[in-house]
Design a protein around this ligand. Structure first.
Ligand SMILES: O=C(O)C[C@@H](Cc1ccccc1)[C@H](O)SCc1ccccc1
Ligand code: NI
Length: 187
């Protein structure tokens, strides 16, 4: 089971490496890794388990954060509405690839954090508002989906990890809250 001790922190060179594609059909090892990553996210969002295991809440995780330089991400985005337990996006994605994106950009009003960064880095992280994404799912099937707003931002944060990019690389050092016209601020 993955816990915080398995997550590498900034300074570890694996976070700055470009991760390798995984072979398809998926190996048992890569399938198990994906399951373990998804289990971590669900545990981190369970108040009892998160407390018991001392987990930071996470909606996404990338294999490089486990010091495994493979193009595997897991995302598990809970539905904001507590009445509706169904997540808005829950998937393990192998070899995810952004095929196209909107001209419209977006950022989270509260900025971003990272399980591999043990400090606050304030500022807007400007990303694409909408993306069309291809990936191989846990059954080995090719998928092509369209995401927007928060779900699109989470996936872009995780794909950045596969390319050695950290969220604060996108923050304007001169003015962290500078925004070009037309960028959608997602609260
Ligand atoms: O470090 C990671 O990759 C996981 C991040 C992903 C993320 C952070 C900010 C914006 C989009 C994605 C963690 O989920 S950070 C903790 C967190 C938890 C709930 C909501 C937002 C951020
Ligand atoms: Ni991160």
């Amino acid at each position: 089971m993955i816990t915080m001790k398995d997550i590498i922190r900034e300074g570890n060179p694996t976070l700055r490496a470009v991760a390798k594609e995984v072979s398809v059909p998926l190996s048992d090892e890569d399938i198990k890794l994906g399951k373990d990553m998804m289990e971590f996210l669900k545990n981190s969002q369970d108040p009892v388990k998160a407390e018991e295991l001392k987990l930071r809440g996470g909606v996404g995780l990338a294999a490089p954060q486990l010091d495994i330089s493979k193009r595997i991400i897991a995302v598990h985005v809970p539905n904001g509405d507590l009445e509706n337990p169904e997540p808005t996006l829950s998937a393990v994605m192998y070899n995810p690839k952004i095929l196209s994106h909107s001209v419209q950009d977006a950022c989270l009003g509260e900025g971003e954090g990272c399980l591999s960064v043990d400090r606050e880095v304030p500022g807007y992280v400007v990303r694409h508002n909408k993306i069309t994404l291809s990936y191989v799912d846990a059954t080995g099937e090719k998928q092509k989906i369209r995401l927007k707003n928060y779900e699109a931002i989470v996936v872009q944060h995780e794909i950045d990890h596969l390319n050695g990019v950290m969220f604060y690389d996108h923050i304007n050092p001169e003015n962290p809250y500078a925004l070009k016209d037309g960028v959608l601020v997602i609260e």
